[in-house]
Design a protein around this ligand. Structure first.
Ligand code: PLP
Length: 404
């Protein structure tokens, strides 16, 4: 029996979503070959995947996955503390901790779960978590789960973070959490300043490296390493594997005490089946390729530069992003949806991102570039964008070279 009250409420909300172009529909991908995806029977050139380095269909990654599945099975058979922690998980945790220069790592089935686990294991009622306003939903949701108080500061405003941290009373534990590269804007958090304010205010700095791991810094070790921060200054990193690693799951790295507490007490860890050993085996190979094939990063960076230069010449608006995330801000939901549809008719798969993923009134195309794209793919997209979006007649502000 479904209550009338619930049905009424759902119908009302659904109508609201219809009226505001906020309805979300999943698209079924029938097949995929790199950046070419088949959707509704049509081959489209994709600019919306997070497979930034093209590892998710890499032959060696697939082979490792298949071999491990043959040896261990498809599933892990249990929670990591019961029967689900296999030799492949343990090896991958060790390898990624060593690669990043941290004492210990713990592997989760998703980044969402990892962030919930960190907050739940480390914060109590009465503690405070200070966050950038544009942090990913799972960083915000984690605070709800642990019962701590969430305080937010304006996007990238390290002074605002400092004020929030100073206001915390001395009996609470304080955490400062940020993404390094922001998932919807592609811009970079002021990591050195945040680390400084965390240190002087005795707050635990937590950095989500989803969109920089494998892509930035020496050996692709991410934005934190690129900023020169040590494991003391940046005690916890979250490394989601669904982006440049081309798989799924996430690793959290930190010292023995922090990671030990998460493994032993985080409910999202204890009460969930471990990721498949085959995925861990695949991710070990992704890590090796990230290390051994810097040309993937170099190629991606050249494509990013090409996109930004071309966009500037054509008057296509760009944000201050030097990363593979190159959003085109359009404003209202309708414009974003219509633009994505027109682009699809021209053969491109591009996602329209709307509230609540981004603030209301800031709907956009979230264009993502991959090392699998070719220069002519970028040029074709730019031409299509120039034909599709309304280009402002305003003079174009030159971009600072830093952002290429
Ligand atoms: C994708 C993402 C996550 C979530 O990771 P999943 O493995 O997809 O659950 C967490 N944080 C950020 C910043 C992300 O972009």
């Amino acid at each position: 029996m479904t209550s009338r009250r619930l049905l009424d409420r759902l119908a009302m909300r659904r109508a609201e979503r219809e009226n505001t172009s906020a309805v979300r529909r999943r698209r079924v991908v029938q097949s995929r070959d790199g950046v070419i995806v088949s959707v509704d029977g049509r081959d489209l050139l994709s600019f919306c995947s997070n497979d930034y380095l093209g590892l998710s269909q890499h032959a060696d990654v697939l082979e490792a996955m298949n071999k491990a599945a043959a040896r261990f099975g498809t599933g892990s058979t249990g929670s990591p503390l019961i029967s689900g922690h296999f030799i492949e998980h343990a090896a991958f945790e060790q390898e990624i901790a060593r690669w990043l220069g941290y004492e210990r790592a713990v592997l989760f089935s998703s980044g969402y779960q990892a962030n919930l686990a960190i907050m739940q294991a480390l914060l109590d009622d009465g503690d405070v978590c200070v966050q950038d306003k544009l942090n990913h939903a799972c960083l915000l949701d984690g605070v709800r789960l642990c019962g701590a108080t969430l305080k937010r500061y304006q996007h990238l405003d390290s002074g605002g973070a400092a004020r929030q941290l100073k206001a915390i009373d001395g009996h609470s534990v304080a955490m400062l959490a940020t993404e390094s590269v922001f998932s919807m804007d592609g811009d970079l958090a002021p990591l050195n300043e945040l680390a400084y304010h965390a240190q002087v205010n005795e707050a635990l700095l937590v950095i989500d490296e989803a969109h920089s791991i494998g892509l930035m810094g020496p050996d692709g070790r991410g934005a934190t390493v690129a900023a020169g921060l040590s494991s003391q200054e940046a005690p916890i990193l979250i490394i989601p594997l669904g982006k440049a690693f081309g798989g799924h799951g996430a690793v959290v790295v930190g010292n023995e005490v922090l990671i030990g507490a998460i493994i032993e007490t985080a409910r999202p860890y204890l009460f969930s089946t471990a990721p498949s050993p085959a995925m861990a085996a695949a991710m070990r190979v992704s890590l090796r390729i990230i290390h051994e094939q810097p040309w993937r990063r170099a190629k991606l960076n050249a494509l990013i530069t090409r996109y930004r230069r071309g966009a500037q010449q054509l008057g296509i608006p760009v944000l201050e992003s030097a990363t593979s995330i190159q959003p085109v801000l359009l404003g209202d939901n309708d414009t974003a949806l219509t633009t994505a549809k027109v682009l699809e008719d021209k053969g491109f798969f591009v996602s329209a991102v709307r509230h609540p993923t981004v603030p209301a009134g800031k709907a956009r195309l979230r264009i993502t570039l991959s090392a699998l794209h070719q220069e002519q793919d970028i040029d074709r997209l730019l031409d299509a964008l120039a034909q599709t979006i309304k280009i402002d007649a305003q003079p174009i502000r030159p971009l600072s070279e830093n952002y290429f």
